[in-house]
Design a binder for this molecule. Structure first.
Ligand SMILES: [Zn+2]
Length: 568
């Protein structure tokens, strides 16, 4: 799924129990440690794997020429492209593609790993093997790099204790002459249905990461990418519940892993590169850049919280940039014949503005493809801006305004062309706080984007509305910029003042450089207080009525509140 998709709050990490591997397409025996956090268990696996790689490489190279033969081959998988109109999958056009960069292991008859390598860009591999040895070749759905910038991406099965998918060849004696063994992962499609193991799916998923890491290197990335699993299963369905049973709801990134749908004839995303790379872009934002998105349900045309619009618009556009394809496609339905596709660069959109993921996606994609004062189809400037400390450690929340302000500051020659794209989408690019924005999205009180507030000064009145929907929509919350000239203990008091006659339940978040440094839930009617010991600096206060953040609350009230900040 793409257009309605969920990114969970960073705090909503899932906990997993004891993790051990079991047999899947191949057989995996390595213990994965006992951490109850999926992120840390993943890195334990990576560390032990890296050391086994080094030691096995040494032993295989110690064979003398007279004692060894070369075993080589090519690893391929079935890739199912989208149809000519970008809707649905086209099984009549299945392509045999190279498995690129995947971890390849040579095992002896007892299952001991004798050597490890990675497949080349054409899927080829070769090993030196002692003559007359029984060996088999295993390719793991894993992409790994041990020199900086490092990474480790694995496609695992969340319905089988997060085991890594692997494809095994047959164990055979290599004899006394060089020989070839090719492995192929078929799609499992028999012409009208999936009737056998869908072995190619994990490799199709993985190949997006090969492409993405390659393009990041070309864009000048030198920073390590933290390890992450991409969890896919044929059981991963739109049902919501127990992830270990495949009830994942949608394809999404939860802050520790990426879950990918695999439920045939309903929604399965292993060949939807945009969906996979959209979620991976969220991971990238959090790993190398910064995202202040609160996640939640969203789609193009929605009036979104500006932080959500930024993150989703970026993720849509960046998936297209990585694939270098302007069409975002997502197959679904019976026999994967249905689905959706949209043009990322489309300029004429509904509900244009800083609150629209479509507008932001359009700005980013068109900037990427433009050759106006830059190389066309090159995202290195975008990467440099988002990866700069002035961006990810900025006092302002991450938004299209912050991006533009930093582009202007770091690459001033780029500002006019980018600003033209902003104007096309009815976004007024002022400073990182969106000063000068005139597009209210129909909610006058949503402007300015940030209200200015001073300690020990007059209260500032802000409103929280459900007119554009709940939880992560425009107008649910209001933002205030609070510069503090001196450190001290401060009280933030939010009191209902105006609008709805029903009881208000204000809630407060206080941020410094995007990090939550204070939070006060509502405890008494119409009033909430947050006391905090704060250093000198600029803070962002977020105020909303808790009923407007709750998507299961169907009341529609606009509440207004007076916000006061006082030094104690
Ligand atoms: Zn998303």
């Amino acid at each position: 799924m793409s257009t309605v998709e969920r990114m969970w709050l960073r705090s909503a990490f899932l906990l997993f129990g004891l993790v051990t591997f079991c047999c899947l397409l191949g057989c995996e025996n390595r213990s994965k440690g006992t951490s109850n956090n999926s992120n840390s268990s993943s890195s334990i696996g990576t560390t032990s794997f890296a050391s086994s790689l080094r030691s096995s490489a040494k032993s295989s190279s110690s064979l003398s020429v007279a004692d060894r033969v070369i075993l080589s081959g090519v690893i391929t998988y079935d890739y199912v492209p989208h149809g000519i109109d970008n809707i649905g999958l086209d099984y009549a056009s299945i392509q045999k593609r190279a498995v690129r960069g995947a971890t390849l292991e040579l095992l002896n008859a007892s299952g001991v790993i004798l050597a490890s390598t990675a497949t080349a860009s054409d899927g080829s591999y070769s090993f030196f093997v002692a003559k007359n040895t029984v060996v088999k070749v295993r390719v793991r759905a894993e992409l790994s790099r041990s020199i900086p910038p490092t990474w480790n991406f694995r496609v695992t099965d969340n319905t089988a204790n997060n085991a890594v998918y692997a494809l095994d060849g047959t164990a055979m004696n290599v004899g006394i002459e060089n020989s070839q063994r090719n492995l192929h992962a078929p799609s499992g499609w028999d012409g009208s249905a999936y009737t056998s193991t869908r072995s190619s799916a994990p490799f199709a998923i993985l190949d997006n990461l090969y492409l993405a890491t390659d393009r990041l290197l070309a864009a000048g990335n030198t920073r390590n990418l933290p390890p992450i699993e991409l969890r896919w299963s044929t059981k991963n369905s739109t049902a919501e519940g127990d992830y270990t049973k495949g009830e994942v709801g949608t394809s999404f990134y939860d802050g520790t892993a990426i879950y990918i749908l695999g439920d045939a004839n309903n929604d399965t995303d292993e060949f939807d590169g945009n969906v996979i790379l959209h979620e991976w872009s969220h991971y990238l934002e959090e790993s190398l850049f910064r995202s202040d998105s609160i996640g939640g349900i969203h789609k193009d045309g929605d009036f979104l919280d500006f932080r959500v619009a930024m993150s989703e618009g970026f993720a849509n556009a960046f998936s297209g940039m990585l694939l270098n394809n302007v069409n975002y496609s997502d197959a679904s339905g019976s026999a994967q014949k249905l689905g959706s596709s949209f043009n990322l660069a489309k300029r004429n959109r509904v509900n244009k503005g800083y609150f629209s993921e479509g507008s932001i996606g359009s700005v980013f994609y068109n900037y990427y493809s433009s050759g106006d004062g830059k190389t066309a189809n090159d995202f290195s400037l975008l990467f440099k801006v988002m990866g700069s400390p002035n961006y990810y450690a900025n006092d302002a929340m991450v938004s299209i305004y912050l991006f533009y302000a930093q582009l202007k500051s770091q690459f001033s020659d780029q500002a006019p062309a980018f600003n033209n794209l902003l104007q096309e989408q009815n976004i007024v690019g002022g400073d990182e706080y969106g000063i000068g924005e005139t597009n209210s999205g129909g909610l006058a009180f949503s402007l300015p984007i940030y209200k200015e507030i001073q300690a020990n000064n007059v209260p500032v009145n802000v409103c929280s509305s459900a007119d554009k929907g709940k939880q992560n929509k425009l107008g649910n919350a209001q933002f205030l910029r609070l510069p503090l000239m001196q450190a001290g203990n401060y009280s933030l008091v939010v009191t209902k003042s105006g609008a709805a006659t029903t009881i208000g339940r204000p809630e407060i978040f206080l941020y410094q450089k995007g990090e939550v440094v204070g939070h006060a839930a509502n405890e008494v009617n119409n009033r909430t207080t947050l006391n905090a010991s704060l250093s000198q600096g600029t803070y962002v206060i977020e105020v909303f009525d808790e009923s407007n953040r709750d998507e299961k609350n169907f009341e529609n009230n606009t509440f207004c509140f007076d916000v006061r900040v006082t030094a104690n």
